[in-house]
Design a protein around this ligand. Sequence first.
Ligand code: 4GX
Length: 247
Amino acid sequence: MIFDVLTLFPGMFASPLQESILSRAAKQGLLQVRTHCLRDWAEGKHQTTDDTPYGGGDGMVMKPEPIARALAALKEQTPKAKVLLMTPQGTQFSQRHSKELAKEEGLIFLCGRYEGFDERIRQSLVDAEFSIGDYVLTGGELPAMVMIDAISRHLPGVLGCSSSAETDSFSDGLLEYPQYTRPVEFNGMTVPQILLSGDHGKIAQWRREQQLLRTWQRRPDLLRKIKLSEEDKKTLERLQQSLESDN
Ligand code: 4GX
């Protein structure tokens, strides 16, 4: 998978992608992140990439021509690559999108600053627009990194065989069960007895219960989105009743 990133600040991408899992994956040739400075496609002595908005108003707008030239150059190398624009106005990026996008051969991330891009870029040269959440950032660079990270985990070999993207939180639409490691007692708190029992059937059952309970308590919106098995439904009802009788 080739990730091309078009940005005014390529330096922002160095450290997050040169650590840990993504760096190992890049060294193994499983993925490649190539950053490109938008300024390289700008013209004139000052290599200007932005200008004042027509109609007046605050801030600056990114000019269309440098972006169009940059995208044309990148598309020549990876003709099938999808162009993604990072913006608060985009579709909210989710685990489902990360899985779908991991099937592409290449992705080109367009990262904007200021008030964003000239509308004609979005109209003619962009395949999809994504937001990573309802808050305002200083630019599209961090959203691009978030998406590259989430997408990369689905590429074959990136996570290694011991952990898999398919057994994570969200893979079945539920939150994760709580985890414990040594010591058995920490600051007066002990590990649930069942995890020390060695009974793998009971442990699996307890973990499923915890997943259902946590999702119900913290993210009821997720529970409404998935289809639970009859057994899960019964478990959830039992947990809800036992909590009600506690109150
Ligand atoms: N999830 N930002 C983009 C500049 C901008 C404004 C309008 C295009 C249109 C963000 C987010 C985000 C701030 C990145 C504004 N670009 N992007 N930037 N949240 O807040 O994706």
